[in-house]
Write a protein that binds this ligand. Structure first.
Ligand code: UDP
Length: 323
């Protein structure tokens, strides 16, 4: 059984990947400092509490488990915070990742699946965005993701490390079995915030801008179910194990929904009236982000199965009622 080190395995996407790894016969080993991760999310495989920025802890972990591959999720992921505290992001997301890569090289681990983001593209010049689109991130968070991709490109040339960078669009939904889901503190994402209103925890959802050049004036995003994301990670790992070349794949469902469409769907699924508060645009939000997912479909044999808007919101709502 292959041992896969999962940094950030106690987080939202990392924990769904651990479940999928386990179900598909791999042994996930979660490394998480529990700053944003939750201990109760680690239900599959082993847990090693450590900070990716701590070389001694990582050395100990790599010595304890014979690691065959790494899935690297551990990172800070709030765009707004990254604008206000860029060094925190460069330290945590870049410096600590370099630390991880040093240990990985020492232990001759050759396979990395990296949790990247559509934030690496910046403001799109064409929609849908394919992997050839220029990479021009507009905030420190997106820049840290691109920097790691570049470091991996160099490590491939210098040391033969094979990697896949997975550029997520809007991760959403929850485990269809209801075992894990999204729990961010603070929560900034649209779907859980609309569900807070449905649950009576908040009075209204703020809609950030209604004057975009989109059909209903609100921003359009490509929402992809977290279980579909998780399955793509296993496919990416297997692609590498089978000798695939280092590359990047977009992970999105390939169609977009506006903020108002999300709110309508939440009203339909929860049967609750959602109060809306129109507010100003959030700085840095591009009007439309939609992925071309053809490369992952073609080269990984990936197929989003849980990403209808109804399934995303139904699974998220089921989870939301538990927390
Ligand atoms: N959004 C909104 N109100 C909120 C949170 C988000 O109108 O309280 C909008 C946001 O402007 C964006 C979309 O919902 O167009 C998705 O935002 P989210 O933060 O979930 O993900 P992002 O696309 O920023 O990664």
């Amino acid at each position: 059984m292959l041992n896969v080190l999962v940094t950030g395995g106690a987080g939202y996407i990392g924990s769904h990947c651990c479940k999928e790894l386990y179900l598909q016969g791999y042994n996930p080993i979660t490394v998480d400092n529990l700053v944003y991760g939750h201990r109760e999310n680690v239900k599959w495989g082993s847990f090693y509490e450590a900070d990716v920025g701590n070389p001694d802890q990582l050395q100990d972990c790599f010595a304890k488990y014979k690691i065959d591959a790494v899935m690297h999720f551990a990172a800070y992921a709030y765009v707004g915070e990254s604008m206000e505290a860029p060094l925190t992001y460069y330290t945590n997301n870049v410096r600590n990742t370099i630390n991880l890569f040093n240990v990985l090289l020492e232990h001759r681990v050759n396979y990395v699946v990296f949790s990247s983001s559509c934030a690496t593209y910046g403001n799109p010049v064409s929609i849908p965005i394919d992997e050839e689109h220029r990479l021009s991130p507009i905030n420190p968070y997106g820049k840290t993701k691109r920097m790691i991709e570049e470091i991996l490109e160099d490590l491939d040339i210098a040391c033969g490390v094979k990697f896949v960078s997975l550029r997520y669009f809007n991760a959403s939904g929850a485990d269809p079995d209801g075992e894990i889901g999204e729990k961010h503190d603070p929560e900034t994402h649209l779907i859980p915030l609309v569900l807070d209103v449905a649950a009576g925890k908040q009075k209204a959802i703020k809609v950030f801008g209604t004057d975009y050049r989109t059909p209903d004036g609100t921003c359009i995003r490509d929402y992809i179910h977290v279980t579909d994301l998780a399955r793509a990670h296993i496919l990416a790992l297997e692609y590498l194990l089978n000798g695939g070349k280092s590359t990047a794949f977009n992970l999105g469902q390939g169609r977009g929904y506006s903020v108002l469409e999300i709110i309508d769907k939440v009203e339909e699924i929860t049967a609750k009236k959602i109060e809306i508060a129109h507010t100003n645009r959030r700085p840095g939000d591009p009007p439309v982000l939609v992925a071309s997912n053809q490369k992952a479909i073609r080269q990984l044999g990936w197929k989003p199965e849980f990403s209808s808007l109804a399934d995303i919101i139904r699974t998220a709502w089921r989870w939301h009622q538990k927390i």
